[in-house]
Design a protein around this ligand. Sequence first.
Ligand SMILES: [Zn+2]
Ligand SMILES: [Zn+2]
Length: 64
Amino acid sequence: MFATSPGMFRWCFTCCGEQLFEMPPCEDGHGEDCLDLACVACGHAIVVGVLVADPGVSLEVRAA
Ligand SMILES: [Zn+2]
Ligand SMILES: [Zn+2]
């Protein structure tokens, strides 16, 4: 049985074409929830899921 999609094709700006992206080793503790993808050809990393903005979260400007 195959594991959940080992990679997916995305547009890589560095390669100027579609490349296979895979989840790189996450060092941020995201585990299986990690949304990082890295181009297997050049290593260019992208973050998926950024289009799904949480409407309840707003940028907080911290006063100095
Ligand atoms: Zn991560
Ligand atoms: Zn690439």
